[in-house]
Design a protein around this ligand. Structure first.
Ligand SMILES: Nc1ncnc2c1ncn2[C@@H]1O[C@H](COP(=O)(O)OP(=O)(O)OP(=O)(O)O)[C@@H](O)[C@H]1O
Length: 253
């Protein structure tokens, strides 16, 4: 199949594959997740909600290959049949910033670890976009929790991958920064395959093209309405969807 290449900030990226996981995940003989079947469609933004401890982060770790200590009784697939390593960026729940590096060196860390040239101008531009342009030389300990999370977002966007996994990426942000960072991520990651774990129904209602609720009983899919994302937070369809998702999560608890 011939897919248009998404462009972000004027840069073409490789065609994104869809992702699938089918099966169970175990650790030490205990089932952490599943049996479950879940898909993130190619080039679309999928939000994943669900109660704490149901296995959302575990699923992202399986997709990203960070499954140390986990036993996969099932399959992770890319629908173009090609290997996933090298095509995925993960923004984990913890910011993972290295304390001895400046912000700009943290943003370009992936390139450094891969012994690739570092695009410092692009890193600076991304730090600007997340509102940290004046702090590029600072070390992480001198930042607030929300600033650290925005630096981690800049590092994820810097990776410029066709598949992006986001684990509660805006959870530490104030309302205004949260809306701004949601808008930025939606623009930068448009056309990529995004799987976004969140506890915030309003966020899923703004950003999700498809929304999944994962519970111990399985996955419920909800097709988002309200037009192209990011949707205005006070749009009637967004408010209605926020209420609907909240009700479903309360019922699932
Ligand atoms: N490597 C591991 N070894 C053993 N147990 C694990 C491991 N990783 C996760 N777990 C357990 O698996 C379950 C699912 O954890 P996970 O972090 O995936 O949940 P979650 O849905 O992302 O929760 P939250 O919304 O609170 O972040 C939890 O009971 C957790 O304690």
């Amino acid at each position: 199949m011939n897919r248009a290449l998404p462009r972000a900030a004027g840069r073409a990226v490789a065609a994104p594959p869809g992702l699938g996981f089918s099966g169970r995940v175990l650790a030490g003989g205990r089932v952490l997740l599943g049996p479950v079947e879940i898909r993130a469609e190619a080039g679309r933004w999928t939000c994943l909600l669900g109660p704490s401890g149901v296995g959302k982060s575990t699923l992202l770790h399986c997709f990203s290959g960070l499954s140390e200590g986990l036993c996969l009784d099932g399959a992770v697939t890319a629908d173009d049949g090609r290997p996933l390593p090298g095509r995925i960026a993960l923004m984990a729940q913890s910011d993972g910033l290295l304390p001895w590096l400046s912000l700009i060196d943290n943003v370009t860390l992936g390139a450094r670890l891969r012994a690739q040239p570092r695009a410092r101008d692009r890193a600076r531009a991304l730090l600007d976009r997340v509102g940290l342009g004046g702090l590029a030389g600072r070390k992480p300990h001198a930042l607030s929790g929300g600033q650290r999370q925005r630096a981690a977002l800049a590092r994820t966007l810097y990776e410029d991958r066709p598949v992006v996994l986001l684990d509660e990426p805006f959870s530490a942000l104030d309302v205004a920064n949260r809306a701004r960072m949601q808008d930025l991520a939606a623009a930068q990651l448009s056309g990529r395959t995004v799987l976004h774990v969140t506890h915030d129904p309003a966020e899923a209602a703004r950003l999700g093209e498809r929304i999944a609720i994962l519970t111990a009983r399985g996955v419920e899919w909800i097709e988002a309405g309200g037009g192209a994302a990011p949707r205005a937070p006070d749009r009637a369809e967004v408010l209605e969807m926020t209420g609907r998702l909240t009700r479903r999560l309360l019922e699932a608890a």
